[in-house]
Design a protein around this ligand. Structure first.
Ligand code: PPE
Length: 316
């Protein structure tokens, strides 16, 4: 016997008004067909963006870079969206404004609709939505305060000849979900994914940095996502005068680092206390990681004049 369809309109994620193919609709009405191509084959591309509270109201952090990456993700999948980067920027700002949010997490999504079933998406139309959600600290307050506990996943990050790893494609995230679930089920906060050769790739939704002997290292670009927070942190580190390099690294180099931290729009800057139960440095959130987190949060909150260029004020 089929169960009754849900009728409770108060349930949901608290997304309020969602920009859906050009209209602002309440979350409960922002519905799609069960025959949506993306639901069957993972043929969607998305972004994760944050808007921060500033003394001039909400400001979206690095909006243009996220909108551009959304279109690049679509291009990699061979999608031909009609929305320009300006339209995407506007939809995002309008959604934050419509929901009167002081700060939020923003989730834009482009996906193939239900016009035909079967792998070939040639006849499927593209749709676009922007939802905003009240998200707090991604890996939890405690993980930030004490440092998160990582576990090397038994799942490897997909290689570039199997999945388009530079695209934030929905289907790619099955890999992240498997790795993250495995880590959580084993009592860890987050997964560390290696690539097929055993080099450190990234977290399930974060890029990785480590500090050793006073030099900051970012994991070089290969199968990891071209993270916007990674780019922000590199610029902040350079401006702070920290010696900096990009490198490939096997997991041993993280075990013996002075500090390790993860970065991402959702995770912001999250210090790592241990990996595979080996304490990193003193086994607590490291001082450089915490200072970088502080600097990042000041930049996102519009408190640092030199980084105002990264903010789009919703009220302007
Ligand atoms: N790697 C992956 C695989 C990834 O998904 C993200 C973002 C990053 C690195 C960092 O990228 P950036 O946000 O541009 O610095 N992960 C998003 C999804 C998180 C989720 O749970 O969903 C995010 O942080 O918004």
């Amino acid at each position: 016997m089929a169960t009754n369809p849900p009728t409770d309109t108060t349930s949901g994620l608290g997304a309020g008004l969602i920009w859906f193919d050009g209209a602002m609709v309440p979350e409960a009405e922002a519905k799609v067909s069960v025959l949506t191509h993306a639901l069957h084959y993972g043929t969607s591309v998305f972004e994760g963006i944050r808007a921060y509270a500033t003394d001039r109201g909400a400001a979206v952090f690095r909006l243009r870079e996220h909108s551009q990456r959304l279109l690049e993700s679509a291009k990699i999948l061979g999608m031909k969206p009609s929305w320009t980067v300006d339209v995407i920027d506007r939809a995002i700002v309008d959604t934050v404004k419509a929901n009167e949010r002081p700060s939020c997490y923003i989730r834009p999504l482009i996906w193939y609709g239900p016009e035909s079933l079967g792998i070939n998406p040639a006849r499927n139309q593209l749709h676009f939505m922007v939802a905003t959600l009240p998200w707090g600290v991604y890996l939890g307050e405690e993980a930030v305060r004490k440092g998160a506990r990582l576990m090397t996943s038994s799942w490897r990050r997909s290689s570039g000849d199997i999945m388009p790893t530079k695209s934030k494609a929905g289907g790619n995230y099955v890999n992240s979900v498997l790795a993250n679930s495995e880590a959580r089920e084993n009592g860890f906060d987050e997964a560390l994914l290696l690539d097929k050769e055993g080099f450190v790739a990234e977290g399930s939704g974060e890029n990785i940095f480590f500090l050793k002997g006073g030099t900051l290292y970012a994991i070089a670009h290969s199968v990891n996502l071209r993270g916007i927070t990674r780019d922000t942190v590199i610029q902040l580190a350079k401006d702070m005068g920290t010696p900096f390099e990009t490198t490939m690294a096997v997991r041993d180099e993280l075990y013996t680092a002075d500090e390790v931290f993860m970065v991402g729009t959702a995770a912001e800057v999250t210090p790592i206390a241990s990996i595979d139960r080996r304490p990193i440095g003193a086994g607590v959130a490291g001082p450089y990681s915490l200072a970088m987190r502080e600097r990042y949060l000041e930049a996102t909150a519009g408190k640092l004049p030199e980084y105002q260029r990264w903010l789009t004020y919703v009220a302007d």
